[in-house]
Design a protein around this ligand. Sequence first.
Ligand code: MN
Length: 731
Amino acid sequence: MAQYKNADLDAALQEAKSYIHNSEHIDLLIHAADFAKKHHEGKLRKSGEPYFIHLTNVAYILATMRQQPATIAAGFLHDVIEDCKVTRQELQEEFSEEIAYMVDAVTKVGMLEFKGKDDPEYQAANHRKIFIAMASDVRVIIIKLADRLHNMRTLQYQPEASQKRIAAETLDVYAPIAHRLGIGTIKNELEDLSFFYLNRGAYYHIAHLVEAKKAERDEAVNQMIREISDTLREQGIKFRIFGRSKHLYSIYKKMETKNKRFEEILDLLAIRIITDTKQNCYNILGIVHETYKPITGRMKDYIAVPKTNLYQSLHTTVVADGGKIFEVQIRTEEMDEVAERGIAAHWRYKEGKAYDAKAQQKEIEDKLSWLKNFSIYNEENDESATGFMHSLQKDVFEANVYVMTPKGRVIELPNGATPIDFAYRIHTEIGNTTVGAVVNGGIVPLNKELHTGDVVNIKTLKGTGPSEDWLKFVKSNQARQKIRSYFQKREAEEKENKVPEGERLLAEELKKRGLEPKEWMDKKRLEGYFKEFRVANYIDFMYGIAVKSINAVQVVEKVTNHHRAVHDEAALNRVLGKEVPHRVSKNGLIVPGIETMKMSLAHCCLPVHGDEIIGYVTKGSGVKVHRKDCANVRGIQGNMIDVQWDDGSQERLYDCDLTVIATDRSYLLTDIVTMISQNRVPIDSVNAKANHVTLISSIKISMRVKDLEQVNALIANVRKIDSVIDVKRGG
Ligand code: MN
């Protein structure tokens, strides 16, 4: 693996002094270093070194990136909040609000725990989004990258499981961010280090291949450098030229994604030429193309059209003598600095110029599209459709807030979300039992709007439930649904709990009337009344009785279909010794002991005065009076009521049907009709049917009679008629 400089305090300050000359600024760095050293005193890294060495290395990396003094100071201090329990307030008093803010933000971002690839919610692009949204200040990201770079450089001291996890996270989250920021050196180093820990076999394999051909390759590179240098000197062009080796991970990726053998990786031999002006870049390109044969389609002009991360350079691929293929990069010093140090180089510290963090952030956002499309790492799939970028922008910066659990798990919530939304996102039970919320260490109301970066701690109390007021302010559908379903469930439970009470009340009401609850409270029987009482089911019905929204007395009356009520009234009247005038219906019928009763004669058996009769209590149409021997009421037990003829009633006629069975002959029908007329019975209709095979006739005669006596006399007379076999009531 590549060697790096392990920088102590001296080295860090030395690097800083190479571009910071203001002694007050250098004093700030020393002050920050002293403060950090004091607070981390006695703590060791896993490597066994004092913890402070990590901080000087981070500061050193920041200085190589030509960062602001405040940023380097924050680099020294970046672990004091997390590891030494120093508060943001203390840092603000000791240094400045700006430094305190940066250290606090680095701490929060450091608490992010990204999900592993085997987690179903894993999405590397989202992690980068979250990271950048949370960091919100590019200096925070740069400190975090320096921190991660040093941690990756010392990863060998971690246990193997941690190595793999940290390396995967670096490859998924940190390297792409470094790329987005255009910090090529950090990106390449992070990738190679991750590659080493994630796939050691492939790493060594490629490293071996590179090494095996090194002498041969160096020879070819040096020859080309000599040739180009000679020409450029002749032309009087200012230049630096050097060979460079591709980093191992990029070779690996090309072999993997383009499915190429090692020998086929074209730009394995690479040369970079750095000059003074843009014009000279194009001049040099011309010279290179004159000297070597360019490969068609491999020339790229990133000077005219810079990459989204502001990278500028000319790229071409040429074939040298002996068929060796070279990738040549041509750029100015300034462009090279951008390529190596990226954004950091743009806003690097300049003596005597006041630094404005907000202005820098705005400039970055205006100038770079990376903030809009940073989730797309692979330039080749860079479908920067404006619609997509717009929605992504909305998605990250407007639609969502990213907050954390005390353990550092990131929770994505819709904008405007509250601690209640957060609680339900963690777990339904936590949401239901929330009684308080602590955000960033302070107690807040439950409807407090959360912001990206907030650390939210929910206080719960077992046995408590949500409040319906929460529905007024929650922002996530999830929380809304869970709260609603809690109340629905609770209502259902409450109803169910009330069922025995309803059953008890109804049973009591039935018993009061001498009725057997078991018989009358049959669920099937009750079902028929649900609609009438506007309930959907048995539980709602009994709940209604229990809470008195349904009157049990009414239920009993309906269910027993007046039958019992009628008897009750009669019984009551008997008990009271009350003489109740029997109400006589227009049919000449009475029900003993009751005054009012709607009654009608059944059409099936057509009772006439004097017939033995019985009343059948119908639902809704009063009492139907049948002959006792009617097939329709035979065997029915319930709902029957005693009915009597009113002997004192004025005369009326009753409908009556007779059917005469006879062997057919001439004048038969005339003889029968004559007989009926002689008995002074009016005939309404006669309907005769004759079977032509058996010659038996069936004659149905509808008539009106005074009473049973008249009917019986008529039947006896008709029977006497010649060839009549039988006469019977009914049709
Ligand atoms: Mn650190």
